[in-house]
Design a protein around this ligand. Sequence first.
Ligand code: PMT
Length: 226
Amino acid sequence: DAEPDLAGRRVVISAGGTREAIDPVRFLGNHSSGRQGYALARTAAARGADVTLVAANVSLPDPAGVRLVRVGSAVELAEAMEAERGGADALVMTAAVADFRPVTSAASKIKKSGAAPAPIELVENPDILAGLVESRKKERSGQTIVGFAAETDDVIDNGRAKLTRKGCDLLVVNEVGAGKAFGTDDNKATVLGADGTVVDIPTGPKEDLADRVWDLVVARLPDRAS
Ligand code: PMT
């Protein structure tokens, strides 16, 4: 059995991919299956944590012993994370969040008219991870905030820039595309720390990667007042 090194700790994890409605039947989405986030939830629960899993459009079996909150869009995910963040020892953003959403969602299914298709006008979604970092600044908190970065090119350089931009403590950088990370059983990553640390996690089951991420979170946990 796993060491209960997260006993008495509360963690909030987002998983899956947001869907941004175009009309009642169509959306802008991405290929996240939720597997990496669910693996983080299962492993945290096995290590004794009180786990809240915020799932965006995931169709995997509910993990045992985990509180599940379901959301659809990026705005709903932002609201759920903001509602859950208080008192959490760690927040982990594994969800693939749409950076943009359609300005309006049509009330009825958009029909072909024979004319040229109307363009879909987009507006930027909130950056949820950066928002969680901002919220933490307003309080005295030992909370650890972990982001993930899905990159297709210049993986480490882009990861470093993202770590600085988002301001989280740890950024788990994984390569995506061409059969990598999205929907797979295995994953590999490099974890960049705001303090300059770099930890490579070799290819293996998403559970193993999740356990290595929790090891890094546990190492950052402030000692509990006795
Ligand atoms: O679900 P699986 O099929 O198992 O696949 C796992 C995964 C590839 C989705 C996962 O490992 C992963 O990389 N998740 C992050 C996906 C992502 O949105 O990456 P990003 O580089 O676009 O965003 C960086 C970070 O900012 C992420 O923590 C993301 O949750 C967050 N973000 C992004 C945009 C936004 N508007 N708000 C955010 O909070």
